[in-house]
Design a protein around this ligand. Structure first.
Ligand SMILES: C[S@@+](CC[C@H](N)C(=O)[O-])C[C@H]1O[C@@H](n2cnc3c(N)ncnc32)[C@H](O)[C@@H]1O
Length: 277
């Protein structure tokens, strides 16, 4: 029997809370970054989803994590890139702890939390802080880390001895040593380019590492908040199949356009399917 194709990309317009295009147990890895609650950039989108207050925003994300749990295989992994937010609430200026809330909500829907990664973003403003840094005690620490939260569904994934797909996915010693350390301070941020009016792309190095660390060649990698498709292209380049879901129609249109351009630039093999078009 011929080996199944790898490096395919499937795109769906839709809502991460209802992954209707995906059947249960059909994905080995989810790598994603949702809209961050309480970051003004995402207020309008959360409002469209019926969420104007923080608890409602968290519920939107929790429903998405439940869907990820449904479509993952036993032993499949969920990697969530998320940052906390700083913003005034009714009680004044405060932190909105998105990473802690996500740890709790993904665990509540059935995931097992694993040690996470701190992505320390390089700043070109080393002295940036909020408030007076010279006169104690009213200044605030700069938020210059994002969290890469890691979860597993159930027990460990099992493979036959000497599985060729697993062997082909082997990491180098340098990759293993660097990537499995808890602080990533060697990944540069990415300039925020506008996509249909909304932004939020992460650097390709982030999904590249996560895909190589937590899946094997031929696996299916899902991004239910696909955005500009950074996860999808990284997964396909690494010989995994990719599935992307995106809610915003203009962002989705750009995603399809980019997929077609990439297909043309590669071998011309029709590897991108867009059931939405
Ligand atoms: C932080 S961005 C993801 C960026 C992506 N990692 C990239 O590199 O481009 C979040 C994306 O999720 C989309 N989104 C928000 N709510 C959604 C939902 N309920 N279902 C699917 N996509 C959603 C937004 O339109 C946005 O494109």
């Amino acid at each position: 029997m011929p080996a199944p194709p790898t490096g395919t990309v499937q795109l769906y317009p839709g809502d991460a809370r209802h992954l209707t295009a995906l059947v249960d147990h059909s994905v080995q890895l989810v790598v994603t970054s949702p809209p961050y609650p309480m970051i003004p950039q995402w207020d309008l989108l959360f409002a469209e989803l019926g969420a104007r207050e923080y608890p409602a925003m968290l519920r939107v994300l929790e429903e998405a994590w439940a869907e990820c749990h449904r479509v993952l295989v036993e032993g499949g992994l969920l990697a969530v890139v998320i940052g906390d937010a700083l913003r005034s609430g009714e009680d004044g200026f405060r932190l909105w702890p998105n990473h802690a809330e996500t740890l709790v909500s993904a665990t509540r829907v059935g995931f097992r939390p694993l040690p996470y990664i701190l992505w320390k973003k390089p700043t070109n403003k080393p002295n940036a802080f909020l408030g007076s840094g010279f006169l104690p005690p009213n200044a605030y620490v700069t938020l210059d880390c994002e969290y890469i939260l890691l979860f597993r569904k159930g027990g460990l994934r099992r493979f036959p001895a000497h599985d060729p797909r697993r062997t082909a996915s082997r990491l180098s010693r340098v990759e293993r040593d660097r990537w499995f350390s808890q602080v990533w301070d060697d990944v540069r941020g990415t300039p925020q380019r506008r996509t249909g009016g909304r932004t939020g792309a992460f650097p390709p190095e982030i999904p590249h590492r996560l895909v190589r660390m937590f899946s094997v060649v031929g696996d299916t990698v899902l991004d239910p908040f696909a955005g500009t498709g950074t996860t999808l292209w990284s997964a396909a380049d690494a010989g995994r199949n990719a599935v992307g879901v995106e809610y915003d129609t203009s962002v989705y249109r750009d995603l399809v356009r980019e997929a077609v351009q990439r297909r043309r630039a590669s071998s011309g093999v029709p590897r991108v399917t867009d059931p939405g078009s």
